[in-house]
Design a protein around this ligand. Structure first.
Ligand SMILES: [Zn+2]
Length: 187
């Protein structure tokens, strides 16, 4: 049976640079459907057969503007293996705000990627090593205050940037893409 995933727009689309509106809580049926569709894409995107069958790119997150909806919603989903257990950490954050962050920065050594970016951009994207985010979580259906570090903090800040019209390569130093910031944590 054929399945249809939500369509992702690319970085030549002005909707990725547009303003994103606050969302009313509790979510409307339409907004909940949007959250479910984004999470479904991200969840299935790391399964190899699904990637091949439906041409999905592996992702750990997706923001609403990436599917052409200019609203303040993003999802992040990480799977970690601990012994034989899979630990899933997933969020669908609505109207998120980073309320505090570390001065210390971090970066992913291999660089960042994005579902909306097909070209290769090399260079380090510096992010705060730790962030505290307040939001409504559409999965637990609660207001949450999340403290994130490591890869989760990077993923959260990447998606948060989308809600402000910022793409990861905007943050790469054009003159010195592999500039090393003293004290930054390599991930
Ligand atoms: Zn992205």
């Amino acid at each position: 049976m054929s399945k249809k995933y939500i369509d992702v727009i690319l970085d030549d689309d002005p909707l990725l640079r547009a303003e994103n509106a606050l969302v009313s809580i509790p979510l409307s049926a339409e907004d909940q459907q949007l959250v479910d569709s984004m999470l479904e894409y991200v969840t299935d995107s790391i399964i190899e057969e699904k990637q091949l069958e439906y041409n999905l790119k592996p992702a750990v997150g997706m923001a609403a503007p990436q599917v052409g909806v200019n609203k303040q919603i993003f999802v992040v989903r990480l799977e970690e293996y601990e012994d034989d257990d899979i630990i899933v950490e997933q969020y669908a954050l609505v109207n998120p705000k980073i309320i505090s962050h570390s001065e210390q920065m971090s970066f992913i050594k291999s660089g960042e990627g994005c579902l909306s970016v097909e070209d290769e951009y090399e260079g380090y994207v510096y992010r705060h090593a730790r962030v505290t985010i307040q939001a409504y979580d559409a999965l637990s259906k609660k207001d949450v205050t999340l403290r994130a570090r490591g890869f989760l903090a990077v993923a959260m800040q990447h998606e948060y940037d989308h809600l402000n019209g910022i793409l990861f390569y905007d943050r790469i130093d054009k003159n010195e893409p592999f500039k090393v910031i003293e004290g930054a944590i390599e991930i």
